[in-house]
Design a protein around this ligand. Structure first.
Ligand code: 1PR
Length: 519
């Protein structure tokens, strides 16, 4: 029974709407799920979140009569909030796997961002709005950053001008929100745009650099799931007991980092390669509890691959990922399995569509799939010594070597593979990765700064966003990586866990150095 506190939610089953559910519940409202077109027509207020692909969404909506009901609902100026695809569907059509017809209520075609101008696609992260019309929804966002994650966008024109309440710039001006009467829609994700933010001093103008807190999670010898932290991936204390380093509880720490201003939180189930993640219910619980109170994007990685359990039951990587998404993850990250997929792709030149990377990005969109690379530096005296892309290193190797290549590893750095980080990055971009999490085993936990040579190499090689990881020891390391490479985000673990450098002081420093961040 719909009450005044009921929000009707259209979940068409093509993507992950758990974050929206959590945000609605957090506001103390009840959710009624749309089952039939009549539920749309009878809604007091309707939210249409958009995740997944445009064609898949329209297919579902057209088949079950929901598209017609939605069109009537919006035309009758009933209270409506569309988010992301929920904004795009109001337009005439989208070029995503198309052209595919939308509801046709607003003039314009939804097209893809062009990465040739130097803007990485997907557009992922915190960007600022230029507000055109007064709008209740936008009051909160003036001079603040909001979270976007999309590859397609609608652009302003004379024909749709009357609908536009704000635009945003990412290479071009695109429509970030619309409003007419009771009909609102936003391209950004209010449910992932954090809590109260300080308004930006000066002008928030472009995509902010992201600061990400990472929690490496595993079971310790007592069977408790703990946040741990390695030294070059070795997470055991150098004591007689040799126990797993314990730096805190995952849900508590994630909640703290959210309050401290982390732009994203990543969980890596670092022993996921040997245990089956769906047998690892605590990990799913961690996501569930964290996502109820943390309103910035959550990524989870570790063990995402096809798996056959002891009873012979086969699970596809897509099922594993879906379970993570249902538990509250916004993105999943694939390590070892992406290395095997890239090796196969480079060998055969064929995209089979069967790798976990391809399957998950096809269903959830490439913005939901991160590939985590765990490379180890291998020094060379000449760049011609190996068939992999190498760099001239800033700091010479132990025997005066001037070059290095970065060898990819699997199983938490335990096994080196015959593929370089450069070759892997380019292959996984083609296979559908939306972002790269670039670790470096040599720098991990050392606190001496990011591997700038490596991050430059990879961030120049691909046009998807690259997250620099491993080695942060002070705030200055973040400004170094952002000023010397094209990384879109920087991730750290140890300095945050040990409370050596608060997230806020990293951001204050970046701002002082003229690097735009979300405050
Ligand atoms: O191969 O798909 O099962 O995924 C396993 C995932 O677990 C990968 O993302 C891999 O990076 C991660 N992982 C595996 N073993 C370890 C380990 O530490 N023994 N952790 C591990 C990787 C690296 C970073 C770390 C940064 C920043 N951790 O995530 O947080 O290096 O640390 P710092 O700021 O303290 O230097 P699969």
């Amino acid at each position: 029974v719909a009450t005044d506190s009921t929000v009707t939610l259209l979940d068409y089953g093509a993507g992950n709407v758990q974050s929206i559910r959590n945000a609605i519940r957090y506001l103390g409202l009840d959710i009624k799920d749309v089952q039939t077109p009549e539920d749309i027509l009878n809604a007091k207020r309707l939210i249409v979140p958009g995740v997944g692909a445009f064609a898949a969404m329209m297919d579902v909506l057209n088949k079950n009569g929901m598209a017609e009901a939605l069109r009537a609902y919006v035309e009758n100026d009933r209270p409506f909030l569309g988010i992301c695809l929920g904004l795009q569907l109001l337009f005439e059509s989208s070029e995503e796997n198309g052209p595919v017809k939308g509801l046709g209520l607003i003039p314009g075609v939804v097209g893809r961002f062009d990465s040739s101008g130097g803007c990485r696609v997907p557009h992922i992260g915190w960007n600022a709005l230029q507000i055109k019309n007064d709008s209740v929804i936008l009051d909160e966002t003036a001079n603040r950053h909001v979270y976007f994650v999309h590859s397609y966008r609608a652009v302003p024109s004379e024909e749709n001008e009357e609908w536009i309440s704000s635009t945003c710039n990412y290479g071009i001006d695109f429509i970030s929100s619309i409003r007419r009467g009771n009909v609102h829609a936003v391209q950004f994700h209010p449910e992932k745009s954090g809590g109260k933010q300080k308004s930006f001093e000066g002008k928030a103008t472009k995509l902010a650099k992201r600061v990400i807190a990472c929690l490496d999670v595993r079971t310790n010898d007592n069977g408790d799931l703990v946040v741990t932290k390695g030294d070059q991936y070795d997470v055991r204390e150098q004591t007689k007991e040799n126990e797993v380093r314990n730096l805190g509880k995952p849900v508590e720490l994630a909640g703290q980092y959210y309050l401290d201003g982390a732009d994203e939180v990543s969980f890596l189930n670092i022993t996921g390669f040997r245990d089956f993640p769906l047998g690892d219910l605590p990990m799913l619980q961690i996501l569930k509890y964290t996502s109820e109170n943390v309103f910035v994007p959550l990524t989870v990685g570790g063990g995402i691959r096809d798996f056959t359990d002891a009873n012979g039951r086969y699970y596809s990587s897509l099922e594993v990922a879906s379970e993570y998404f249902r538990s509250g993850a916004d993105k999943i990250s694939i390590g070892s399995d992406a290395v095997y997929a890239a090796e196969e792709y480079i060998k055969t030149g064929v995209k089979t569509g069967k790798s976990s990377l391809e399957q998950i990005s096809r269903v959830y969109g490439n913005q939901a799939v991160v590939v985590s690379i765990d490379p180890r530096r291998q020094y060379l005296t000449s760049p011609y010594e190996v068939g992999f892309k190498s760099v001239k290193v800033t700091n010479l190797g132990p025997n005066g070597e001037e070059y290095a290549w970065y060898q990819c590893t699997v199983n938490g750095g335990r096994e080196g593979r015959p593929i370089g980080a450069y070759e892997l990055a380019k292959a996984v971009e083609e296979l559908g990765a939306g972002e790269i999490l670039l670790n470096c085993i040599d720098c991990d936990g050392q606190g001496k700064g990011f591997d700038i040579d490596l991050i430059k190499l990879i961030s120049d090689a691909v046009s998807i966003p690259v997250i620099a990881s491993s080695g942060a020891g002070k705030a200055k390391h973040f400004s170094e990586v952002f000023s010397q490479t094209n990384a879109s985000a920087a991730l750290a673990a140890g300095i945050f866990h040990r409370k050596e450098v608060p997230i806020q002081s990293v951001k204050d420093h970046l701002l002082k150095e003229g690097i735009e961040v979300r405050m």
